[in-house]
Write a protein that binds this ligand. Structure first.
Ligand code: TA6
Length: 301
């Protein structure tokens, strides 16, 4: 990676996987070129916002466990090809650095791009460009743009599969889903409606709220903070915690790590899958912000 392409707030690291470290007056972040994968985001004066596993592998072609994986062009297992990677190939492919800019207000904007290749066409026979624009500032903003570079209509699923760091899942509640209809993947895909104002995670949870476009607030009581998730262009919201038994079955997930994380994912999956005409572009994004709240401890715990 040409260091001249980097802005002053960004340095390149070459471990097993290439990454960019961003450090500006608002926050620090780490972004892997594989998957345009934001692994860490830590605003000045706050703790880490994104969760990642100590057991995550950082090897080419293997998904990183944590941060914000990009799921594209399918979500979950491939519908007909069990030999293809879960959640599509975008998170496994190395993106090119398109631009890297420090804004006058102190935020840093990193744009990464992935275009169709012979390898991706073997998995998904379409021409596309995927562009991920990451803005590191008082909030973390991730914008995904998919351009149909082919001559036929593109249909795909997409998700920003965000893992959030919480001190204790049992002292965490998720607001913004009340009244939401969801597919319960832990209950054989049953459809339910959430009546409660706040979702509390008390066991393996794997829900696709659809349609759901509104903002979410994760109340992390033991860290006296709320993590605000504001979606754009997303009509599905996925909430996931593997809990103990599933976590123990995953090699890249510590047996007890389920206790300190929850996924709230910005998505368009299933019935919310996206269709894009030739030459058109689809955009989806999320803004992630953390706010201290000392009163929260009594409200949730
Ligand atoms: O978003 C929830 C989910 O679809 C779960 O079903 C679980 O498979 C999770 O994603 C993680 O998937 P991964 O392929 O990253 O292990």
């Amino acid at each position: 990676m040409d260091a001249r392409a980097l802005s002053p707030s960004v340095t390149a690291s070459r471990d097993q996987l290439d990454s960019l470290a961003v450090s500006n007056r608002h926050a620090r972040a780490r972004i892997y070129l594989q998957g345009a994968h934001v692994l860490s985001y830590r605003p000045v004066g706050a703790g880490e916002v994104l969760w990642s596993s100590v057991r995550s592998a950082f090897v080419p072609g293997k998904a990183i466990r944590g941060g914000v994986p990009i799921c594209f062009p399918w979500f979950g297992p491939h519908p007909s090809r069990p030999d293809l990677p879960a959640h599509g190939f975008a998170r496994l492919e190395s993106f090119a650095l398109d631009s890297c800019v420090d804004l006058p207000d102190g935020r840093t904007v990193v744009a990464l791009a992935l275009s169709a290749s012979d390898r991706t066409r073997a998995w998904w026979p379409h021409d596309f460009q995927l562009r991920c624009t990451i803005t590191v500032g008082p909030t973390l903003d991730i914008a995904l743009a998919v351009t149909n570079a082919g001559a036929s209509v593109l249909s795909f699923e997409a998700a920003l599969h965000s893992y959030f760091d919480v001190a204790a899942i049992e002292a965490t509640s998720i607001a913004g889903l009340q009244g939401g209809s969801y597919i319960d993947k832990v209950a054989r895909g049953e459809r339910n409606v959430q009546a409660a104002a706040d979702l509390r995670i008390t066991g393996e949870t794997d829900r696709i709220y659809t349609p759901h476009a509104g903002p979410i607030a994760i109340a992390d009581a033991r860290q006296s903070r709320r993590i605000h998730v504001t979606k754009r262009g997303s009509h599905s919201t996925v909430v996931w915690n593997p809990w103990s038994e599933k976590a123990a079955r995953m090699a890249d997930f510590g047996d007890h790590e389920w206790h300190g994380m929850v996924c709230v994912e910005t998505a368009n999956v299933g019935a919310d899958a996206v269709t894009v005409a030739p030459g058109a572009t689809y955009e989806m994004g999320v803004a992630i912000a953390v706010a201290a709240d000392d009163a929260i401890a009594t409200a949730v715990d």
